[in-house]
Structures are given as structure tokens and as C-alpha cells.
Design a protein. Structure first.
Length: 154
């Protein structure tokens, strides 16, 4: 009896591996959205329990300066743990964790992007979500920019 042709077998293995990778990506995407949803809830609970004064930028200071500081802080906190995630899913997972941390910080410190720019008709939970997404989504580009400056000055 003849053995199966090795090329065919390799082709079947690659299809199975691609299917496994697609399933794994779906689970990581679900994790990311669950982390963001949990971040809104935790941030809102922190806001309710701590009751911080809403952040109002000082004269001459842009609200975006605070968002930059938060994004840089979160990026630096996550830098040492970024290697825990698989390279092909790292961006997705780091985005989720960054947004989660940003939403917690938003609620705990009363930092609301929409409120700071004059939109006061939204609920705190919505503002926490938007602020956390803005800060968390900005952490990766900020990291890339800082890395570029560090490499170019070396």
C-alpha cells in the first residue's frame, strides 16, 4: 500500500493550522471586547465609589496634555508585560488591556474627555468608555513614536 503524498498531507496540515489560528483570533477578539466592556463597568464603579471631582484643565493647559500623560503612563506600565502575548495577537491584546486601564483611570480620577471639551449631556459611563478608548488606543501609536525617537537619537 502506497503512502499518502507528502505535499497533500502538508496542505491538509496547513489548512488545519489556519483554522486553529482563526479560532484563536476569534477568542482573542472576544477577550478584547469583554475587557473593554469590563473596563467601562469598573471605571464607572470606581467613579461612583470614589466620587472624584471632574477634571477641568488649568488655564493654558489642553485636555489632550492629560490624555498624553495617561497614554504614556499606561504604555510604560504595559511595556514589560507585552512579551506575554503572541506576536500576531499582541496589538489586539495590548489595545484591550490599555483601554481597560485607561477606563479605570478615567473613572478613578474623574477624567472625562467629552466633559472637558464641553459636552455635558452624556452619562459618566459613556464618557468613561470614550475617554478610555481614546487613551487606550493612543498608547500604541505613542509607543511607536517614542521608540522611533529613541532609535533615531541613538
Amino acid at each position: 500500500m502506497a503512502e499518502p503524498h507528502p505535499v497533500r498531507f502538508a496542505h491538509v496540515e496547513s489548512k488545519v493550522a489556519a483554522g486553529d489560528a482563526a479560532r484563536e483570533h476569534k477568542w482573542h477578539a472576544l477577550f478584547a471586547y469583554a475587557a473593554v466592556g469590563l473596563g467601562v463597568y469598573v471605571g464607572w464603579q470606581l467613579y461612583r465609589s470614589i466620587g472624584p471631582n471632574d477634571f477641568v484643565p488649568a488655564a493654558g493647559v489642553s485636555v489632550f496634555a492629560l490624555l498624553y500623560i495617561f497614554a504614556q503612563g499606561i504604555e510604560r506600565v504595559l511595556e514589560p508585560v507585552s512579551e506575554m502575548f503572541k506576536p500576531e495577537l499582541r496589538s489586539l491584546n495590548m489595545w484591550a488591556v490599555s483601554c481597560f486601564l485607561a477606563m479605570m483611570a478615567s473613572g478613578a480620577f474623574g477624567v472625562f474627555l467629552l466633559h472637558a471639551v464641553g459636552v455635558t449631556s452624556v452619562r459618566p459611563a459613556v464618557d468613561i468608555a470614550i475617554t478610555g478608548l481614546a487613551i487606550g488606543s493612543g498608547a500604541k501609536p505613542l509607543h511607536d513614536l517614542i521608540s522611533w525617537f529613541e532609535k533615531s537619537s541613538a
